[in-house]
Design a protein around this ligand. Structure first.
Ligand code: GLU
Length: 446
């Protein structure tokens, strides 16, 4: 049996690191197993779903390299949901309820006063046809609930192990709203049956849903996928990410200049028994993926760790892989310049400021007490500068001035680059060339 899994976002907002982790885990498992990865757009909520968010989801997944084998929209499939709802009605498993939100609220408050769990009392099951007719004549539109068995539903979860949900402790879930629109629960099951999904891999906020959904699967077909519910992401402080998800959208990370493989590496490894390390391709992450490695504790998402992974990735990135993007950033100097600066950047965009420093006119930074020393250094610089020049030149300056260590090197670095830290100076000097270096050492813009 070949694996078929799906990522099922609702296009009612931007993808953030939390839901992309679910997409990634699905993708890694499918690719490791040689199966099929489906992108299902859960757009049954026609008021809140937008085409723009849907396109955003596609852009984000493509940017991360999480390609899908096929994709479909739930909004094109209302017929099969209607058929499934009819089937459940005929089986006596989907019943009409006429309670208003206010009435339901009152019921819940009453239960809470009696210290009882807020479980729907199923009074709608007792309604006679005449009572239903009276409600309808009043203008009330029914919403529809699925009748849970009241039994214990059990499954073996690929992350959580043996799971049991006591359905008697749950309210019968509403599957269809009063306006006829579907909540997520039924369409998801119908599509998982229709697409022959073998594995439902999603966040553990869906564990309770799974109890009800398994009963719907059983009512509608013989097909039941295997479930894997992964712990949710938290911040490095251990707190939930919900308040910060705006700044943790994939679009934002992309705009901040992060590399997709830094995002993928972090999201694939946190919360697992593997060390968090950078990988430069998804195939490797996929070959290392296993549900057995996913722990039960929440996975900590730390932006600092993401930035470190990003830097590490860039430090090892070959010129050919970033050539086009460097050109788009206006970074000149070709492969040699990239190899010179890459260890000094943490985002690709940082390359631009090194390029400006090296190739655009700039006056170096010269402290008054170093002006004389720098002028001397300028005069001592040979006309032809190579990678070797720095060591002979500074050896000469050391001997002539008696300066050493920081006092010897730092004024030169500041005068030549304007910064106290940066690429290796022997190479930097060669990139600048004698003329530019001399001018900057004399405090001129060059
Ligand atoms: N649209 C649902 C969600 O985003 C899908 C959940 C599922 O994977 O079944 O929560």
């Amino acid at each position: 049996m070949s694996v078929i899994a799906r990522f099922a976002p609702s296009p009612t907002g931007k993808l953030h690191v939390g839901n992309v982790r679910t997409a990634l885990l699905n993708w890694l498992y499918v690719r490791e197993q040689g199966g099929e990865f489906i992108l299902r757009i859960d757009d049954t909520d026609l008021d809140r779903s937008t085409r723009e968010y849907e396109e955003g989801i596609q852009t984000d997944l493509s940017w991360l390299g999480l390609n899908w084998d096929r994709s479909f929209n739930q909004s094109h499939k209302f017929e099969i949901y209607d058929a499934a709802a009819d089937k459940l009605r005929k089986m006596g498993l989907l019943y009409a309820c006429y309670d208003t939100p206010e009435e339901l609220d009152r019921q819940r408050k009453l239960l809470s006063l009696q210290k009882k769990p807020p479980v729907y009392d199923r009074s709608a099951l007792e309604l006679t046809d005449a009572q239903k007719k009276a409600y309808e004549e009043e203008g009330r539109k029914p919403h529809w609930r699925f009748k849970l068995s009241g039994d214990i539903v059990s499954w073996t979860d690929m992350v959580r192990g043996e799971q049991s949900i006591q359905t008697a402790s749950l309210s019968d879930p509403v599957l269809i709203r009063g306006d006829g629109s579907y909540l997520y629960t039924l369409p998801s099951v119908v599509d998982d049956i229709d697409a022959k999904i073998t594995h439902v891999i999603r966040g553990e906020d869906h564990v309770t849903n799974s109890g009800a959904q398994i009963e719907i699967f059983r009512a509608l077909s013989d097909h039941l996928p295997t479930f894997a519910h992964t712990p949710l992401l938290v911040g490095k402080d251990g707190k939930g990410l919900s308040k910060r998800l705006g700044s943790l959208s994939i679009q934002q990370l992309r705009e901040d200049g992060l590399e997709p493989m830094a995002v993928n590496s972090l999201l694939a490894k946190i919360g697992t028994s593997d060390p968090v390390e950078i990988r430069d391709n998804l195939a490797q992450l996929s070959s290392e993926f296993s549900f057995d490695k996913i722990g039960r504790a929440p996975a900590r998402f730390d932006e600092d760790e993401l930035n470190l992974l990003n830097a590490k990735l860039l430090h090892e990135t070959e010129y050919a892989e970033v050539k086009d993007r460097l050109e788009a950033l206006g970074v000149g100097g070709g492969e040699d310049f990239w190899n010179l600066i890459r260890a000094n950047i943490s985002k690709l965009g940082d390359a631009a400021s090194w390029s400006v420093m090296a190739f655009a006119p700039m006056a170096g930074q010269i402290e008054p007490e170093d002006a004389e020393y720098c002028a001397l250094a300028a005069d001592a610089l040979p006309d032809k500068v190579t990678d070797e020049t720095w060591s002979t030149w500074t050896a000469f300056l050391k001997e002539t001035t008696g300066r050493k260590g920081k006092g010897l090197f730092m004024p030169l670095r500041l005068a030549l680059t304007g910064r106290a830290r940066g690429p290796e100076m022997n190479k930097m000097l060669a990139v600048l060339g004698a003329e530019k270096a001399r001018a900057r050492l004399k405090g001129l813009r060059a």
